[in-house]
Structures are given as C-alpha cells and as structure tokens.
Design a protein around this ligand. Structure first.
Ligand SMILES: COc1ccc(C(=O)Nc2ccccc2)cc1NC(=O)CCSc1ncnc(N)c1Br
Length: 273
C-alpha cells in the first residue's frame, strides 16, 4: 500500500473499464491496475479545462490536501499522473456507487440509516476541520458508498485550505448556507448547516428549502423557512437535531462534537459506520 503512492504511474499501468460518471472537469472510469489487479476509479481531467478556468494551482493544492487525507469516510486519492493533454487521478473505487441513487430508489431512509450517515459525515468533517480543510460541497451526489454500504465523501472539486472568500455559484442552491448565499466570508460552520440539510433530505427525501425557482429557494434559505411534513413520520429527536443545525447565525449551529453527542445520533447511528 505504501509504495503504491510513491511510484510514477502511467496509462499503460491500467486497463480502463466502464465509465462511472461525469465529475467536475472530467469523466471517471472504472480501471484495474494491470500487475496487482487492484480496482480503482480513474478520473480524467483535461489540461485545457484547467488552464481555461485557471485553477492549476487549486488542483495542485487540492492534490496535496487529498493525498494527506486518511479517513474511513473520505474517498482516497492514491496518486495521479499526466500525459500531454490530460491529468489522471487514481481514486479509491466505491463499490456501492452513489448514495444519491439509494436515496432516490428508497425515497427516504430509515432513522437508523440516516443517523449512521450523519455520524459518518460528522466524523469525516471533524477530521477535515482538524486538517484545516473545509469541504463546502457536501451534497448527496458527492457521497458514495463502499461495498459494505459505508459512506465515502468523494468529489472535493472545491475544497479549500482554511477560509475562503469566494465560491463560484455552481449547481443547486439547496445546500448553501445563508452566509454563502449572501456570498459573505464564511467558515467551517457551513458544513454544519449542510449536515442539517442532508439529515432532512435523508429523512424526507427532499431538501428542506426546495422551491420552484432559485429565487424562492434563496428566500426560504434566508428566512430559514423550515417546516416538517407529517409524512413520513419522523422522531422529535431527529427534528430537534435538524432545527439546531439549520440556524441562520453560524455561531449558534450545533458543533460537530455536539452532533456526535446528540440523543438521536447516540440512539440510532450504527457505530460501525
Ligand atoms: C477523492 O475524490 C476526489 C478528489 C478530487 C476530485 C477532483 O476532481 N478534484 C478536482 C478536479 C479539478 C479541479 C480541482 C479539483 C474528485 C474526486 N472524486 C470524484 O470525482 C468521484 C468520482 S466518481 C466515483 N469515484 C469512485 N467510486 C465510484 N463508484 C464513483 Br461513481
């Protein structure tokens, strides 16, 4: 395992399999390292894309961050290599695929499953924050499952080292905290807000501030217009946790430590993640 990251890799070392999906800036393929028959996910990023968006330094920084992250709920980046026009990321392959599909298939998750995912995410985020990394893009499509159904945070397309003032508005607003929607300086507490969004979505099958238009979603986020449908029935403890994360004042959101000690998590989360 150790030497695996150090050696120089090239495309010849891999047999390329089926496409796994389109991530940011590139496609991802199932691949097998020829000698060891080790299965990985190979992400192909086109250099002209990196140059065009001038995020060469960001990708470099990102790769340094990534290779230093070691946590059971964070997808591994084993290494990378490049040829003239492409950069290849050698990623851990999550055999369970995207958590999003499981959520869509089931509609919504049991309180035990939801609490287990939230506990895994909280653990992974506490680890990232220790390393001064804010993920900032935790949404269901960036969450993968391993062969045992364990959660893996994947796409770190926009993780940054410590604070950052700017974020490019891409994709849905549903997961953005008020301070991000207002494009204010923000800090780690954005992840706590996102945990509240995800907990709600795991239990009800849709994010809490969903609306017809982005403008209405924006308004609902800024108002923290949080309502709990009567169906599916959800425990008072779960609603309590969500209500203590979806708080506009980021300094008043439940800390990661307090989430781990919350009665709903203690009662429902599977300690084996
Ligand atoms: C640690 O995982 C990453 C780390 C970094 C980046 C990345 O692109 N960074 C980046 C790209 C451009 C500019 C700046 C940053 C992306 C990922 N991960 C991914 O893209 C997930 C690929 S999908 C997949 N992966 C494994 N098993 C599956 N079953 C699937 Br489906």
């Amino acid at each position: 395992e150790g030497d695996k990251e150090k050696r120089q890799w090239s495309l010849q070392d891999f047999e390329i399999g089926k496409p796994l999906g389109k991530g940011k800036f590139g496609r991802v393929y199932l691949a097998r390292e020829v000698k060891s028959k080790y299965i990985v996910a190979l992400k192909v990023i086109f250099k002209e894309q990196i140059e065009k968006y001038r995020i060469h330094h960001q990708l470099k920084r990102e790769m340094e961050i990534q290779t230093s992250l070691r946590h059971p709920n964070i997808l591994r980046l084993y290494g990378w290599f490049h040829d003239d026009e492409r950069i290849f990321l050698i990623l851990e392959y999550a055999f369970g695929g995207e958590l999003y599909r499981e959520l869509k298939k089931k509609g919504y998750l049991s309180e035990k499953q939801a609490a287990t995912y939230i506990a895994s995410l909280t653990n992974a985020l506490a680890y990232c924050h220790e390393k001064d990394v804010i993920h900032r893009d935790i949404k269901p499509e960036n969450l993968l499952l391993d062969h045992e159904g364990r959660l893996k945070i994947a796409d770190f397309g926009w993780s940054v080292q410590s604070r950052s003032k700017r974020r490019t508005m891409c994709g849905t607003l549903d997961y953005l905290a008020p301070e991000m929607v207002e494009n204010k300086a923000h800090d780690y507490a954005v992840d706590n807000w996102t945990l509240g969004i995800l907990c709600y979505e795991f239990l009800y099958g849709a994010p809490p501030f969903e609306a017809e238009s982005q403008k209405d979603t924006f308004r609902r986020i800024m108002k923290v217009d949080l309502t709990f449908p009567s169906d599916p029935p959800v425990s008072a403890e779960a609603k309590n946790l969500i209500s203590r994360l979806l708080v506009k004042d980021s300094s008043k959101r439940l800390s990661l430590q307090k989430i781990m000690e919350h009665p709903w998590i203690i009662k429902n989360a599977d300690p084996m993640g």
